[in-house]
Write a protein that binds this ligand. Sequence first.
Ligand code: GTP
Length: 716
Amino acid sequence: MGRPTPCLPADPRTPRAASRGQAPYHPRLPARPAGALVRLAEALPLPLYVVETDGRVRFSSRMARALHPQGLPEVVKRWLENPQACGAPLETGPIPLPMVWQRLQPAGLSCALVVARPAPLLSADGLGSHPWQIALETGRFGFLEFDGSTQRICATSHTLSHLLGLPVTQLSLPYEAWLERLHPDDRPLVAPLLSDPQGWLQGTASLEYRVRHANGHWEWVEQRSLLVAATPEAPRILGLCQLVTSRKYAEIELIRREQQFRTLAENTSDIIARYDLNLRCLYINRSVAHYLALRREDHLGKRAGEKGWPKKVAERFEQECRALVATGQPRQYEHEIELNDRRYVFETRLFPEYDRSGMLTSILSIDREVTETRLALTLLAEENRVMEMITGNQSLAETLEQVCQMIRSQLPHSRVAVLLANEATLQLTLIAQAGLSTALEGALRVLPLSTEDGVGAAAANRQTVVVEDVAASPLWQARQTLAAAEGVCSSWAVPVMTSERGLLGVVALFHGERLTPGASENRLLFRSNHLCAIAIQHDLQQRQLYALATLDGMTGVFNRRHFFETAEREIQRVRRNGMPACAMMMDLDHFKAVNDNFGHACGDLVLRAFADECRRQLRATDLIGRLGGEEFAVLLPDTGLEAAREVAERLRQRVERQPLSTPRGPLHYTVSAGVSALMPGDTSLETLLHRTDGLLYEAKRRGRNQVVADPPPRLR
Ligand SMILES: Nc1nc2c(ncn2[C@@H]2O[C@H](COP(=O)(O)OP(=O)(O)OP(=O)(O)O)[C@@H](O)[C@H]2O)c(=O)[nH]1
């Protein structure tokens, strides 16, 4: 011990000697306490040290010697040097004594100290006022002497008055009267000690019982007994009694709480477990059996990784536990586990558990399965994403791809396809998929809208088709080999329809095991189907709106405005790429006469027939627009003048040679055309079309039914 004087709590009666400049008085403790007291000290249920003011240990009890053979534990030395820094003692005896009783729990170590400290006088003489006795008594210990010869119990006045509230005048009472003061449940425990002390003490020397306090409540007494005179006729027992009422109530409360905890833990669907600080399982409730095959008792003593939890889950758990130990703060996290081919989402909460001295002793873990909630939230988020894509006019294929992903977020092992129905061609065309292999995707690209196909039948019959066993179903006869190779065991196909039962397409799911949809799967199919229907109809409406805004209603070619917009962009593009382009202006000849002779309706038919012929003769990249009446314009990107002139000539000839059949007989009509190449000086489409129109006018002027093109460059 580094310092000569232990630091003890300030004593209000500290002698004034020191302040008057006199040498402080240091009482010396008796070298050894009296024999009976030594035996009592040895019987104390905790290590006891008698420490001098200079820090030397004068006496240590048997338990102290056994637990700390090296002498006073370091933590106690530190406490003596600086009690303030090490925390208050658990119990401290009253001050007006030359010694102080301390019950310490530094760093969780429980021990008792009798420490001398400066005092004016040491008035220790006789057992009654012996400092040992005083020190012990101030620690809520008491003495009872059971005298077998008189069948009476003697007690110190302290024991009777301070501990039990009894009048100090009555320092002894008969065994009978003592037993009556005990709790009825505890009398059978104490009676054998009184009737056969020798026999009883061969068993245990310690017992706990309740004594009625003078004010009526029950005090719990822990008694350690010592046979001090062992003649059979007059056995004498010295009992060292300690009031342990608060500890007992705390223990009872602890047991009650533990029982409550167990009742709650055993009746919840959460997995509740307790781990020691080495992360070995101390307790786990029965809910764990729902997820793991390991028997409940086989969890005990094992770490998370040894209990069958997947490696990643066990690692995360241990990492979170370490963080809890480091910070002392509860932890909460979420994780996913794949068990028995099912995906589970758990929300795990970890709580620190402390003992009465505030030491972290264990970790309580609560795993709550939140799979359904998380799946519902994921589904909601995925649905929102689809709706955003629809309203954001994302392409139909991308939107339906998202629907497929949405289905897979709920059924991760399924493979999903969405097909669009075409009732004109009686075909289903694959538009989006998730999880399909190339082979399966290829096989589903185009399917017949037929009652004999596992997927097509859903569209043909407009009802859900569930094939539980693909291998045994005639609906999969044509694709048995593929199904076997791709591991398709069951399929679900659900028609996508408008609210008026118009067919839009099919959502198809393929599984690697024989499955039929349950209630939650049916809900999922309904919701995804609904989204598909919205997406497809929205796409159709968008297309219709686009057509209305950009196409000529009668002929289906671009309207004037859209033609000018797109043609202008094309010109910019070909210019950037250094490619040629040509314009063509066409006007049906004597169209007024067509109307006059065959009627306006026939005139319309001619316009449509001419537009169809244009589409047939022109490339998909050429832009055709109806500029008004019977006048059409074409922009031919990446096309030279000669090629453009040939196209115009071929078109003129086709029109001339193909009369339109009408109720009034064949209707012959012709077309005149002007063709012009884009020149470096053409500042806009307008300029180019203006020049081309001049050439068309020239064709009309020369007699119609002919093509007039720019002169070849060398003639210009
Ligand atoms: N049926 C029908 N006729 C139309 C339409 N738009 C314009 N026309 C008619 O097309 C005719 C155009 O006549 P004109 O401009 O005199 O030209 P043309 O008779 O073709 O004579 P040329 O162009 O000189 O060969 C008019 O009678 C218009 O009424 C339409 O959408 N449908």
